[in-house]
Design a protein around this ligand. Structure first.
Ligand code: TYD
Ligand code: MG
Length: 465
C-alpha cells in the first residue's frame, strides 16, 4: 500500500514543504512546521481541452457603487471606508483579549436596527455572549446568536441570507470536516475562510472574520488570510492603556491607513472623537526632553507627546530603548545629530517613548524626536504649546512633509501657539501664513543645526543630561 502523502505547512506564513525542518524557509521562524495532509491533488496542467473565450470590457461602464452598511459607530465606519460593502469579506485581526469580540458585538448590535445581523462564535458559549451583551447594554438588540464551529453546518444555516452582516468569531476555531488537520492549522483556516467568503460573495452578505495573532506562531495567524479578504483591519492597543486603535491595512473599498480610536470602558468600547486631546491629557509643564509631534494617521491629524531621556552610560555599549517608534530610525537620528549638529550622544543611554502607547511610523516624527533629544541633553524645555514635525535627511537637512496645513490646524484647535516645521518652498497655490490659525507662531527651519540655537541653555547654566 502506498504511503499516504504528507506535507509540512508553516503555521506562521503558510509556506509548504515536503520535508520537515526546524526552521521555516519562508519566514525564518523556528518550530512552526506542522504535518498536514496534502490537499486533493491539483490538476497537472491544462491538457488539451480548450477553454471558453472571455469577454473583455472597457473601464467605463455602468457599474453602480456597491451598497454599504453604515453602523453609526463613526470610528468603525471611517476605517471601513464609509461602511461595510455588501458581499465583501473583512478580517479583523488582533491579539487575544484586545477587544475584538466586544467591538463586533457592538457593531452587530448597531446594525440590528436595519438588518438582522448574525453573530457566530466558536469560542464562547451563548450564555457568555449574552452576559457580554448585557454588560454592553445591547441585550435587547435583535442579533441572531449561535455557538458553532462546523463550517458545513454554518453554510447550511446561512442558506437564504442575502444581506446584512455575518460575524465569525474566530476563524481559527472553525473546521471543515473533510480535512483531517485540527482547527487552527493553516489548511483548516484557509479552507474554512474560502468556503465562507465564497458564500458571502454569492449571497451578498457582508462577512467579518475574526483572526487571532499569536506571538509563538502555534496557531495560523491571519496573515494567510490577508490576500483572500477585501479588507484587513487590525485592532491594536496595549494592555496597560485603555485606548484601542482600529487600523485599516488593506481595503479594496476605501483608503488604508485610516484609524479609528476607541477607549475600553466598563461598558464596552467608547468612541474617541478627539484622540489628540486624549494622548496629551497627562502632559507635564516645562520638562526637558519632551516634544509634541503633530502626526497624521490616514486623513486625520493626531498629536502625541514624545519623551526622551539621556543619561551617561555605565555600559560599554550604551542602551537604546524605544517604545512606539522604530529603533533603526532612532539610531539614524542620533547619528545625524552627532555628526551634523555636534551633539555628543555616543556615550549616553537613550530612552525614547511615544506617550500613550501609540505606534508612530511616519518619517515626519524625525524632527520631533530630534527636538526631544536635544532638549533632554541641553536640559532646556521646549517652549510650551509648541508642536513639531518634519523629516530629517542624512545630511542634516529638514525635509518637507505632507499635509502641513492639516497638522497646524489641529494644533491650533488644541491651543498650541507655536510650531517648528520644515522650511517651505512657496508656490502660488500655497496658503498664506494667516490661513493657518491666527495665533500660530511658525518657525520654519531647513537644517538641524538651527535647532541647537533654539534649544541651547542660556549663558552660565550648567548642562545636565
Ligand atoms: P474581548 O472582546 O473578549 O477580546 P478578544 O475578543 O479580542 O479576545 O475583550 C476582552 C477584554 O475586554 C477583557 O479583558 C475584558 C475587557 N472588557 C472591558 O473592559 N469592558 C467591557 O465592557 C467588555 C465587554 C470587556
Ligand atoms: Mg474574542
Amino acid at each position: 500500500m502506498a504511503r499516504k502523502d504528507v506535507n509540512y505547512a508553516c503555521q506562521k506564513c503558510g509556506a509548504a514543504t515536503s520535508k520537515w525542518a526546524g526552521r521555516c524557509e519562508g519566514c525564518g521562524e523556528w518550530n512552526t512546521l506542522v504535518e498536514e495532509a496534502v490537499p486533493e491533488s491539483a490538476p497537472k496542467g491544462l491538457g488539451r481541452k480548450k477553454g471558453r473565450r472571455i469577454e473583455f470590457e472597457g473601464l467605463k461602464g455602468t457599474s453602480a457603487h456597491p451598497p454599504r452598511q453604515v453602523t453609526g459607530i463613526n470610528e468603525f465606519d471611517r476605517v471601513t471606508g464609509g461602511g461595510m460593502v455588501q458581499g465583501s469579506a473583512l478580517l479583523v485581526g488582533g491579539d487575544p483579549g484586545i477587544g475584538k469580540s466586544t467591538l463586533l458585538m457592538q457593531v452587530t448590535a448597531a446594525l440590528s436596527g436595519t438588518t438582522q445581523p448574525i453573530y457566530i462564535s466558536g469560542e464562547e458559549a451563548i450564555d457568555q455572549l449574552r452576559l457580554r451583551a448585557d454588560r454592553l447594554g445591547v441585550a435587547d438588540a435583535p442579533v441572531a446568536l449561535a455557538a458553532a464551529t462546523s463550517v458545513r453546518d454554518i453554510v447550511a444555516s446561512l442558506d437564504g441570507v442575502t444581506s446584512g452582516l455575518v460575524v465569525i468569531d474566530s476563524i481559527q476555531t472553525m473546521f471543515v470536516d473533510s480535512l483531517e488537520s485540527a482547527p487552527g492549522t493553516v489548511s483548516q483556516v484557509r479552507t474554512s475562510a474560502q468556503e465562507l467568503i465564497r458564500l458571502a460573495k454569492r449571497q451578498g452578505f457582508a462577512l467579518i472574520l475574526v483572526g487571532h495573532v499569536t506571538k509563538d506562531g502555534q496557531i495560523a495567524g491571519p496573515r494567510v488570510l490577508e490576500h483572500m479578504v477585501d479588507t484587513v483591519l487590525y485592532f491594536e492597543g496595549d494592555g496597560s492603556h485603555q485606548f484601542r486603535i482600529l487600523r485599516a491595512v488593506k481595503n479594496r473599498f476605501g483608503a488604508t491607513d485610516e484609524i479609528g480610536v476607541f477607549e475600553m470602558t466598563g461598558k464596552g468600547l467608547a468612541e474617541v472623537a478627539n484622540p489628540s486631546a486624549m494622548f496629551l491629557a497627562d502632559r507635564d509643564d516645562d520638562v526637558s526632553g519632551a516634544s509634541v509631534f503633530a502626526g497624521m494617521e490616514g486623513s486625520r491629524p493626531v498629536l502625541v507627546e514624545i519623551q526622551s531621556l539621556t543619561a551617561s552610560s555605565a555600559l560599554g555599549t550604551p542602551r537604546r530603548a524605544v517604545v512606539g517608534w522604530d529603533s533603526g530610525r532612532l539610531s539614524m537620528i542620533l547619528a545625524v545629530l552627532e555628526s551634523r549638529a555636534g551633539l555628543t550622544l555616543g556615550n549616553m543611554d537613550v530612552y525614547l517613548n511615544v506617550v500613550g502607547g501609540l505606534k508612530i511610523s511616519e518619517p515626519a516624527a524625525d524632527l520631533a524626536v530630534a527636538v526631544a533629544l536635544v532638549s533632554s541633553v541641553s536640559g532646556v524645555p521646549v517652549p510650551r504649546e509648541t508642536v513639531v514635525f518634519g523629516e530629517i535627511g542624512l545630511s542634516g537637512e529638514v525635509r518637507a512633509v505632507p499635509q502641513i496645513d492639516a497638522r497646524l490646524k489641529e494644533a491650533a484647535k488644541l491651543g498650541f501657539t507655536r510650531a517648528i516645521i520644515p522650511a517651505r518652498r512657496r508656490s502660488k497655490g500655497d496658503s498664506k501664513e494667516n490661513d493657518r490659525g491666527k495665533n500660530m507662531k511658525v518657525m520654519e527651519i531647513s537644517r538641524l543645526e538651527e535647532l541647537m540655537t533654539l534649544l541651547s541653555p542660556p549663558e552660565g547654566q550648567r548642562r545636565h543630561g
